[in-house]
Ligand binder design. Structure first.
Ligand code: ZN
Length: 435
């Protein structure tokens, strides 16, 4: 076991999510020759055995004042800050203030107190329907809309953000820097993608980073987080969420969400995000972590509810927007699930009804007949007669069924209601002219 020491008490210290107690006659090497000499922030490597109550009894304890790669940290932090600034100002930043504040509140709640003075943690959202999150070494953490739209509650989001925060607090960027230097591109920065062992698929990652407008040095770094750092981020992140008062029980389900979402996607994506064996292993590790450290209800101090209802309500605008991105990307089953989630809370939401109608029409197996689509469009119009898109879609559907006069009336309604600069005005006018 190894990592940066996060806390020290009289007879024990916390490293890699576990309390370490020296066995009698334990061999100390390096900087500290007894627990009392170990300081927060030291690097520690320990060998030993698990004892009851999740205590690690160490036979050998090696410590150092600094962690491997610490000389790179300053440079990585400033590069991270620059990149974060670029992302924040970029057109892919999702800036809905309440959504961002919600994510940021949960994020700040899982960051341990000691780390707040050492990093400037900030949380942002990226408009992208894939299931991603990443952390830069300065403390900037970003989550994709795709991930937020599929997470189910506060506990799961806390688990993801705890994982990301750990990459920052445990200096995974700097610790992996030398390895990256020799194995991939120079001048890299620490970052990563939450759901994956991305190390095997450099091209996919480069694609994702390029889409964000990040320089390739960043994309290279994302590849740098190896399996052992990912596992450490899962373990330490869980301790962060538990100490913040969250219930860890819903956390392992995050891995099912990855599998469910990407199970029916293309091979590349499936490989990239939804590696079934990796997800299954990480889920199992999380369950074991709960058993080892957090299974005693008396010791757990759960002060924050799982909050499924509140989370999903807060994410409604994001879920709707993200489902539109899924729709544009022709990921219809994912878009459908997202709009249905919105309707569970807002059963009359005209945009979700209209999109669900479009999906029903596209996936109809009865040529020329679209009863579900028509019903959705009409319900959207009934709910908000001034929502233009439902008129356009109903008009198009009726036109396809040669119901000319009714189709005309709907398309005209659309032109009356749509913004003057709506990009499809010209198309709709042309369609009207043909009727
Ligand atoms: Zn990670």
């Amino acid at each position: 076991m190894q990592g940066i020491v996060e806390r020290v008490q009289a007879d024990r210290f916390l490293v890699d999510s576990s309390w370490v107690v020296p066995a009698s006659g334990a061999l100390f090497t390096g900087k500290a020759r007894q627990v009392g000499r170990i300081k927060t922030g030291y690097w520690a490597e320990v060998d030993g055995k698990w004892r009851e109550g999740g205590i690690f009894r160490a036979d050998r304890i090696k410590t150092d004042e600094d962690y491997p790669g610490h000389t790179f940290q300053g440079q990585l932090k400033s590069q991270g800050l620059q990149e974060a600034d670029k992302i924040g100002k970029g057109k892919q930043a999702y800036t809905h203030p309440e959504v961002v504040a919600y994510v940021s509140n949960i994020g700040m709640s899982v960051v341990p107190e000691w780390a707040k003075s050492q990093f400037k943690f900030q949380f942002g959202v990226i408009r992208d329907p894939t299931l991603n999150a990443f952390a830069l070494p300065d403390g900037s953490i970003f989550v994709h809309t795709g991930l937020l739209a599929r997470v189910e509650n506060d506990s799961q989001l806390a688990a993801i953000l705890g994982h990301e925060a750990t990459h920052v607090t445990q200096r995974h960027g700097a610790r992996g820097y030398k390895k990256q230097l020799t194995t991939f591109l120079p001048a890299m920065i620490g970052a990563e993608i939450v759901g994956t062992a991305v190390g095997d698929d450099k091209n996919s990652f480069v694609k994702a980073a390029t889409a964000l407008g990040l320089n390739l040095t960043l994309s290279a770094a994302v590849n740098g987080y190896g399996r052992s750092q990912e596992d450490q981020a899962d373990r330490v992140g869980m301790r962060y969420m538990v100490e913040a008062g969250y219930d860890p029980t819903p956390a392992p389900r995050v891995w099912d969400i990855f599998n469910e979402t990407y199970g029916d996607q293309s091979k590349v994506e499936n490989f990239f995000y939804g590696n079934h064996s990796t997800n299954a292993a990480r889920k199992k590790n999380q369950q074991e972590e709960i058993r080892r450290h957090y299974s005693d209800p008396a010791a757990l101090k759960i002060t924050r509810p799982v909050n499924e209802e509140g989370y999903q309500k807060a994410m409604l605008p994001l879920t709707r927007d993200n489902s539109m991105l899924d729709f544009e990307a022709k990921r219809y089953p994912l878009a459908k699930a997202g709009f249905e989630r919105v309707l569970r809370h807002l059963p009359e939401d005209p945009a979700s009804l209209t999109y669900l109608g479009r999906i029903a029409r596209l996936s109809s197996d009865q040529p020329g007949r679209f009863p579900e689509a028509e019903e959705r469009f009409r319900k959207a119009i009934q709910s908000d007669p001034r929502y233009p898109d439902a008129h356009r879609e109903l008009g198009r559907l009726l036109a396809s069924q040669k119901k000319r006069s009714e189709a005309k009336a709907q398309l005209k309604q659309y032109l009356d209601l749509a913004p003057v600069d709506a990009p499809d005005r010209r198309d709709v006018r042309a369609e009207l002219a043909k009727l």
